[in-house]
Write a protein that binds this ligand. Structure first.
Ligand SMILES: *Cc1c(COP(=O)(O)O)cnc(C)c1O
Length: 397
């Protein structure tokens, strides 16, 4: 997945444009910037690439999710449904707004289980946030139908799945709002950065304002602008946007390369009858950033990971034992370890979370291994790796 592997002359050129005039801020300084508007250019290219009306760049993927929730009107006491398998940013953003993260089981797609979501909806549910982990998506049509019938917003965290599609639409553009991350290890990187995309004009205006202290961006005197709403600073810098611009132009090539490497490894693993691959919903196409599969049980998955380590196969994750991505190890969340006092309704919800079991999620995550697909491998290296993986897995079955 990481675009940083192929950082090169095109990224350097865009950054040098910015360095040549020294205007590192995305707004204002019109006369001094020699026509370079990297953030604006990247927003326009994101709109064209993903066929949406609006894109708003922000400082990170976490900021993107936070802004998305804020403009969707999610706040104090509202509930947001999230998967148990995600990145910590998902609940961080929800908590920051004073809302309650409601964690829900995943299924064999490794993303939200629509039936479990249905059971978790209450009168307080304001948004459902599927997270397209490891390059693939949930049954988004099923989730959209639930959202429509309950008047709930669908916010896609597509931070790990940029360029993937669902029923002919790009991931991130299917729901009300989509979020991307351009942090250093994502499919395309800006160093740090993120974006939201939407077709909703009002959301676009609010995202533009909210991510810059509520500035309305009307006129050419920043100091004289009015502030229709409260906001924060989630701005991206021109330097970061410049890197992102060069990388977005390479996204199609990156995905083609990922698909090639993914296919070589998947074809090799098909020789092992005990392996079951992750389910990709009807009409979905992954972005091929990871290859995810299930082994027969937790014990075999543990043994396979040890074997991978022993024989030098890196970049594979067994999320069951991972403290970034799976509920089992989020002690800081379950214990509500906050540096500052948190609202009683959130404390209560987290105390309840601590007592919850997620047997269905454990069943899938316990058996799952997801392997990063790298851009920098040669075809020969990829084939060698595939053969080594087959051998390692066979030895523990
Ligand atoms: C990386 C990531 C984020 C957060 O992005 P940052 O840019 O690192 O803040 C959010 N959600 C998912 C699923 C991610 O993988």
């Amino acid at each position: 997945m990481p675009g940083f592997e192929l950082f090169g002359p095109s990224e350097r050129k865009e950054v040098n444009d910015v360095l040549d005039n020294g205007i590192l801020m995305r707004y204002g300084f019109d006369a001094m910037r020699n026509g370079h508007w990297k953030a604006k250019a990247l927003e326009t290219e994101l709109q064209n690439e993903f066929k949406v009306k609006h894109a708003q760049l922000v400082s990170s993927g976490t900021a993107a999710v936070s802004v998305a929730l804020a403009i969707a009107g999610v706040g104090a006491g509202d509930e947001v449904i999230l998967p148990t398998f995600t990145f910590v940013a998902s609940f961080e953003a929800v908590l920051m707004l004073g809302a309650i993260p409601v964690l829900v089981d995943i299924d064999d797609t490794l993303t939200l289980d629509v039936q479990a979501v249905k059971q978790a909806i209450t009168s307080k549910t304001k948004a459902i946030m599927p997270v397209h982990m490891c390059g693939s998506m949930a049954d988004l049509a099923g989730l959209k139908a639930l959202c429509n019938s309950h008047n709930i917003k669908l916010i896609e965290d597509a931070c790990q799945a940029i360029g993937g599609t669902y029923k002919g639409e790009f991931l991130g553009s299917y729901g009300d709002i989509g979020c991307f991350s351009f942090d250093f290890v994502k499919t395309i990187t800006a160093g740090e950065g993120g974006a939201i995309i939407t077709n909703n004009d009002e959301y676009a205006t609010w995202a533009d304002q909210f991510s810059d202290h509520g500035h309305d961006h009307v006129g050419s005197d920043r100091g004289a602008e009015s502030h229709p709403y409260l906001g924060y600073n989630f701005r991206i810098s021109e330097l970061h946007a410049a890197v992102g611009l060069a990388q977005l132009r390479r996204l199609k090539d990156f995905i083609a390369l990922q698909k090639k490497h993914y296919t070589i490894i998947k074809e090799a693993l098909k020789a092992i009858p005990e392996i079951v691959f992750r389910t990709v919903p009807d009409g979905g196409e992954e972005n091929y950033s990871f290859l995810s599969f299930f082994l027969p049980d937790l014990n075999t998955a543990n043994k396979a990971m040890l074997k991978f380590k022993e024989v030098g196969i890196d970049g594979c994750f067994h999320y069951y034992n991972n403290n970034w991505h799976y509920v089992r190890r989020w002690e800081h969340l379950k214990e509500a370890k906050s540096l500052y006092p948190i609202a009683p309704h959130i404390k209560e919800a987290l105390a309840e979370l601590k007592t919850k079991e997620f047997k269905q999620s454990d069943h899938f995550i316990g058996r799952n291994i997801s392997c990063l697909i790298k851009l920098s491998w040669s075809e020969a290296e990829t084939k060698q790796r595939a053969a080594k993986m087959v051998e390692a897995i066979k030895s523990v079955l």
